[in-house]
Design a protein around this ligand. Sequence first.
Ligand code: FAD
Length: 476
Amino acid sequence: PASIVWFRRDLRLADNLALDAACRRGGPVICIFIREPGDALSGANGAAQAWWLHHSLERLDQALRACGNRLILRTGSPEEVLSRIADETGADCLFWNRRYDPDGIRADTDLKSKLREHFARVESFAGFLLHEPQRLLTKDGRPYQVYTPFWRALEGSLIPLDPIPAPTAIQAVNTPMHSDSLDDWALLPTKPDWASRFSEVWTPGEAAAQSTLAEFLDGAINGYKARRDVPAGRTTSLLSPHLAFGEISPHRIWHMVRALPDTIPIDDTTHFLKELVWRDFSWHLLFHRPDLATTNLNAKFDAFPWQDNEMLLAQWHRGLTGYPIVDAGMRQLWRHGWMHNRVRMVVASFLIKDLLIDWRHGERWFRDTLVDADQASNAASWQWVAGCGADAAPYFRIFNPAKQGETFDPDGAYIRAFCPELAKLPDHYIHRPHEAPSEILRSAGITLGKTYPHPMIAHDFARKRALEIFQSLGNS
Ligand code: FAD
């Protein structure tokens, strides 16, 4: 009899333990992706991810077809869809890779018991993270709150999985099977097509995930520790959206990094693996605090007097704050569905500490606009910048946007790429157009307040104001 492999956040053929189990068992394999009724995003975290998901499903189908199989798309509750397929085809085994979001865990636990009536075997596997989020605990049996001991515990106990090659042939069932049309799922934006420039940077799918890794290991990993904070050029791996959809397994990344020749400095490889483990740490936090995206981990922040100001929020969304590094970041996010990590920290700090807008507004905007939107990493990082999260940045760390720009983008290459109206400013003023003499602005073709905004708030004033509020919460 046939086996079903239910794909979710594991849109790959290599290192896919659920698929591997079905192939090893022998017999036909039915590969399925399910959209729940009423879920316009088909499981994506936001609109930008829906774009990615469309293309990733297309690529997965192509890869399966190259193995003599195909991807079946169905709409319905997983219980109904899977039991109907069992009836249609006589499939008696069901395999999937585990997901770790709170709703997903609940749904899978429930499904496992219900589907046992229809299947002889219902089995789930690990593969989304390096470690299952519940496995690591401190010596006194508690979840980790601090990153460094978590890293040590993970590194010390990790049993790296050897990469499993992708199958070259996957037997298909003989019975014809209905599949929804991907276009009917309407995951791509149309009017307007705001994702039209995503493909300048991104190619979704497993093949691209592997070539992105190979390119990184051949290039930017060398010097990663020193250069990873530079937002211009290719200084980081760009693997995050591929990881978010499980197009590549973190174990494969770990394995390939550890196998690099010792001509690559150990500081660079270790630093990169530590970043990768922040992803696991975030999922560990979410597992133990399912309310991570909505509740301050540090309850002192519950009394924070956030400002509710739609207009300020909209200026931030659009990259019209008058601070070039913030504006370039927000426009990179809109244009490419991604933003460099250093700039994420700067724009988040600006929203929270300069504008005093609740971090949850930022979390929501990122979730909708990032192709790598990740329930755990996004929520944990927003709380981290706000100062209310686990192992968080101290509250008094308030980024000065102009100084951040000068340190990490000294020649303004990043600003010039995303804020073309500032491109002609000399390096000296590129991060502070409001301080430029009028003749410099004129010769750069800039009229402040018209072609580029005045700063929406004076940073020195905002910084003092935020510190006073934080101190009044008893954080000093
Ligand atoms: P690299 O530097 O090449 O790192 C390799 C991998 O390590 C990344 O792909 C990612 O999986 C992981 N990683 C790196 N830094 C972090 C981190 N701080 N936290 C968790 N994982 C990390 N990352 C997401 O994947 N999804 C999000 O929704 C997300 N939201 C964020 C929101 C804010 C406010 C901030 C400050 C950071 C956020 N990050 C998020 C973390 C980080 O910015 C991205 O993972 C990184 O920029 C992705 O680029 P890269 O793959 O080139 O990273």
